[in-house]
Design a protein. Structure first.
Ligand SMILES: [Zn+2]
Length: 78
């Protein structure tokens, strides 16, 4: 279990937070460096899962999920 705890600390240190798209369920890792700038790390599985990923405009449902994470304080900005 100590390995898992170490992994989690590393996650928090990197500022990456797991967010799942409320519509398609694609799990991504998100880091918000400012209110305007959001970097999203897509796993291969998430890219396959989210149809909107291929659209280049991004997934609106995922964007909303990210906003929810910020509002709930789960995703810290900065
Ligand atoms: Zn999606």
């Amino acid at each position: 279990m100590s390995d898992t705890a170490a992994d989690r600390r590393e996650f928090l240190g990197s500022g990456l937070v797991d967010v799942a798209c409320a519509r398609c369920g694609a799990g991504v890792r998100v880091r918000k460096t400012s209110a305007e700038h959001t970097s999203i790390q897509w796993s291969t599985a998430a890219q396959r899962r989210c149809e909107a990923f291929a659209l280049r405009t991004g997934c609106p449902a995922l964007r909303r999920s990210i906003e929810d994470a910020v509002e709930s304080g789960r995703l810290l900005v900065g």
